[in-house]
Design a protein around this ligand. Structure first.
Ligand code: ADP
Ligand code: MG
Length: 385
């Protein structure tokens, strides 16, 4: 395995040496000294802000190292993810790149921890030291990294259930981890097969980060893993809903293009943000079954009704609705309501259904218990640190 890994490395050698500044090398040497890693080999990915390497433990198990670049320029455009976030107000220095990069690495570690402990499929976070994040390696026994969703060869029949499991992870991330990914797309999702049967990748034709097609076409069941969460934001970040919407739009677009009957942006948003999905308050909900039912129901009448008062239309209306929803501003807290007097007027005329954010912040008089429940949640949210 070491030989193949080294082969992968050849073309990337120049780039990899560029990211490993002396201080980063010392961090790696210390990790080797402590027996956390045995050697660092192939570069799995070179990115704008970080490179990802394959490493071995002394027991020859695989690890992934994400090494953030320490140059000043690349992190400049990341401010939008930081603004308004409480846990970054202190110690965030735009002028000290090492410090800044360290914060991003630590943030990714923390976010991965939250996700991993909630049972979301993601790399297992192992350790962070300054700009080096050590995590479990998602790949096969030979050390080939699992492909990104974008590049994966996935049997068409598996796509609907992958769509459901993905939306369910985003839901869990939002409701349990209180996080919005903020850069979620087919680029930051890996299609990973657990415990693959032994396969021999053909070295001459298989790029470093694709899985041999024999694996994908077998009946081994692959799953989607969410990666790259350094820019993820708390659910009460001022732009959390904007980020969530664009995350969901990416997923809807990806799966719709592959012929999956997606639920549409608006229902996807509800699926992710609503604690309870159905009016009835009886017993626990099987949310995935509800999502599956939504997928078979392309014309959501109650949504079309509440959007503009007209009756349900065809699929084109749903697309239009998504477009309107995409443009509409959703306040995250009551302080952000643009024109409270107008909205109170709308409410007192009994037209609360017109408010696009009615469900999210629970301001509509409860027609049924689910609204009351969400109202409590909305109040509890800002207590995060
Ligand atoms: P970037 O900020 O450069 O986008 P990512 O976290 O998305 O960083 O990682 C870049 C690439 O490295 C991913 O697209 C994936 O191919 C690979 N990668 C990242 N983490 C792992 C991992 N734990 N196991 C295997 N491959 C990984
Ligand atoms: Mg990425």
């Amino acid at each position: 395995p070491s030989a193949t890994a080294n082969m992968k490395d050849k073309s990337d050698r120049a780039t990899s040496e560029q990211v490993l500044d002396p201080r980063t090398r010392i961090i790696l040497f210390k990790m080797i000294g402590r027996g956390l890693i045995y050697e660092v080999n192939g570069c799995i990915s070179t990115g704008k802000e970080a490179n990802v390497y394959h490493a071995f433990t002394p027991e020859k198990n695989h690890l992934a190292l994400k090494i953030y670049k320490t140059s000043i320029l690349v992190f400049k455009d990341r401010d939008k993810y930081v603004t308004g976030e409480f846990r970054f107000r202190r110690g965030y220095s735009r002028h000290n790149p090492r410090k800044m990069v360290r914060l991003w690495a630590e943030k990714e570690m923390r976010n991965l921890k939250r996700m991993y402990t909630t049972g979301i499929r993601c790399p297992e976070p192992i350790e962070v030291r300054e700009n080096v994040l050590v995590m479990s390696f998602l790949g096969d026994k030979e050390g080939w990294a699992s492909p990104r969703l974008k590049d994966a060869e996935i049997p068409a029949a598996a796509l609907p259930s992958l769509y459901i499991e993905l939306l369910s992870m985003v839901r869990k991330m939002f409701l349990e981890c209180k996080l919005v990914h903020a850069d979620l797309s087919e680029y930051n999702i890996l299609y990973h097969v657990d415990q693959p049967a032994s396969t021999k990748p053909s070295a001459e034709s298989t790029p470093a980060n694709t899985v041999p097609s024999t694996q994908a076409s077998a009946d081994l069941h692959g799953h989607l893993y969410i990666i790259d969460v350094s820019q993820s934001v708390e659910h009460d970040h001022p732009h959390a809903f904007d980020f969530l919407r664009s995350d969901l739009r990416n997923l809807e677009d990806f799966f719709a293009k592959r012929g999956i009957s997606c639920v549409g942006l608006r229902r996807a948003f509800e699926y992710v943000t609503r604690e309870r999905l159905l009016p009835s308050d009886e017993g626990p909900e099987d949310v995935e079954a509800i999502l599956r039912a939504w997928m078979e129901q392309p014309e959501p009448e109650e949504l079309a009704d509440s959007a503009d008062g007209s009756s349900a239309g065809a699929g084109a209306d749903a697309a239009h609705e998504d477009a309107v929803f995409m443009r509409s501003y959703i306040p995250r807290t009551l302080n952000e309501v643009y024109d409270p007097e107008r909205d109170v007027g709308t409410l007192s005329r009994g037209e609360g259904e017109k408010l696009i954010y009615k469900d999210v912040i629970g301001i509509v008089e409860p027609k049924d218990t689910r609204h009351a429940e969400r109202g409590e949640n909305a109040e509890a949210q800002p207590a995060q640190t």
